[in-house]
Design a protein. Structure first.
Length: 305
C-alpha cells in the first residue's frame, strides 16, 4: 500500500483526541486528585456533554443519515435499531423496577463493546495511512488485545454478588467467581505484549516508518478500562474520551469532503472556518437530541426523564 499522511489533522490533535490526552489526565488524576466519584466530577462530566458527548452523537447521526447511499449501506443501523432502542426505552419507563435495570445492564455491556470496536477501527485506519496492511493474524491480535480490556472491565464489575447503582436505577451483577477478575487482567497483559510484538513487525516491514500514534487508541482504552478502574472520578469521563476519538475522524472526513466538493486547497482560513461551522452545527444537533427531544417526550408522554 502507498502511505498517505499518517495524521488525520495534526500530530498534536491526533495524539490528544484519540486517547493520548486521556492518558495524561489519568496520570495527573492519579498523582493529585482523589479517586472518589464526587458530585463535582459528575457535574463537570455533564456540562462537558453539551460540547463533546452530544456533538459526537450528532456527528454520527449526520454521517449515517446524510445520504440515501449511507442508509442503504447500513439499513439495520439506520432504520431498525432506532425503533428497537425507542421501544426498549419506553418499556423501561413503563417498568422502572424490572425492565429499566435490564436495559441499563444491557447498556453497560454494549457500551464497552462499541468503544472497543471503534478503537480497533481507528487503529486500522492509522495503519493503512502509514502504508501497512495488517495480516489476518495481526488483525486478530489487535482485536483480541483491545477487546480484552472490555473483558477485564466486565469481569471486575460482574465478579462476586453485588448491586450497582446508575442514577437511582439499581441492578445486580452477574455474580461471577472472583478469580475471573484476575484471569481477565492476566489475559489483558498477555494480549498487550502480543500487540507490541505486532507493532515491532509493522515497523520492521515499513523500515521503521510506523509512528507510535498507531498504538495510542489501544493504549488509551487500556487506561480507560483497566488502569482507570481504580479511579471512579476518571471513569466518569471515559464516554467523553470515546466521543473525542470519533470526533477526530469525523472532523477529518468533513474537511476532506468539503475540500473535494468545492475543489479548493485547505488554507488555514478554510480549515478553521469549516471546523467552526461543522462543530457549532453538531453542538446544536446534540442539544436537540439530548435536551430538546427529552423535554418534548416529557410533555407528550407525561413522564419525567
Amino acid at each position: 500500500m502507498r502511505a498517505r499522511p499518517v495524521y488525520f489533522v495534526h500530530p498534536a490533535a491526533d495524539f490528544l483526541l484519540p486517547g493520548g490526552g486521556s492518558l495524561v489526565l489519568l496520570a495527573v488524576a492519579a498523582a493529585f486528585f482523589p479517586a472518589d466519584r464526587t458530585s463535582l466530577a459528575i457535574v463537570i462530566g455533564f456540562q462537558l456533554s453539551w460540547v463533546i458527548n452530544w456533538p459526537h452523537f450528532s456527528a454520527t447521526s449526520w454521517r449515517l443519515y446524510a445520504t440515501r447511499e449511507n442508509i442503504r449501506q447500513y439499513p439495520l443501523t439506520a432504520l431498525l435499531v432506532p425503533w428497537l432502542v425507542a421501544g426498549a426505552a419506553a418499556a423501561a419507563l413503563a417498568s422502572p423496577e424490572i425492565v429499566a435495570p435490564a436495559f441499563v445492564k444491557l447498556f453497560w455491556i454494549w457500551s464497552p463493546f462499541h468503544f472497543s470496536g471503534q478503537t480497533v477501527g481507528v487503529t486500522v485506519l492509522y495503519l493503512r495511512r502509514a502504508g501497512i496492511e495488517a495480516t489476518r493474524g495481526e488483525r486478530r491480535v489487535l482485536g483480541l488485545a483491545v477487546f480484552s480490556t472490555m473483558f477485564a472491565l466486565l469481569a471486575r464489575a460482574e465478579a462476586a454478588p453485588q448491586t450497582h447503582d446508575y442514577f437511582g436505577i439499581r441492578y445486580p451483577s452477574l455474580g461471577l467467581p472472583a478469580w475471573i477478575d484476575m484471569a481477565a487482567r492476566v489475559y489483558t497483559g498477555v494480549m498487550a505484549v502480543a500487540l507490541l510484538a505486532c507493532f515491532a513487525r509493522w515497523r520492521q516491514r515499513a523500515g521503521g516508518r510506523v509512528p507510535l500514534i498507531v498504538l495510542v487508541p489501544a493504549a488509551a482504552q487500556y487506561g480507560w478500562f483497566v488502569l482507570g478502574g481504580a479511579w471512579p472520578a476518571f471513569t466518569e469521563f471515559v464516554p467523553l474520551f470515546h466521543s473525542l476519538q470519533y470526533l477526530l475522524v469525523a472532523w477529518s472526513l468533513q474537511l476532506k469532503e468539503r475540500k473535494d466538493r468545492e475543489g479548493r486547497a485547505g488554507s488555514a482560513g478554510f480549515v478553521w472556518g469549516e471546523t467552526a461551522r461543522w462543530y457549532l452545527l453538531n453542538v446544536a444537533g446534540g442539544a436537540a437530541l439530548f435536551w430538546v427531544l427529552p423535554r418534548v417526550v416529557e410533555r407528550g408522554a407525561g413522564v419525567s426523564l
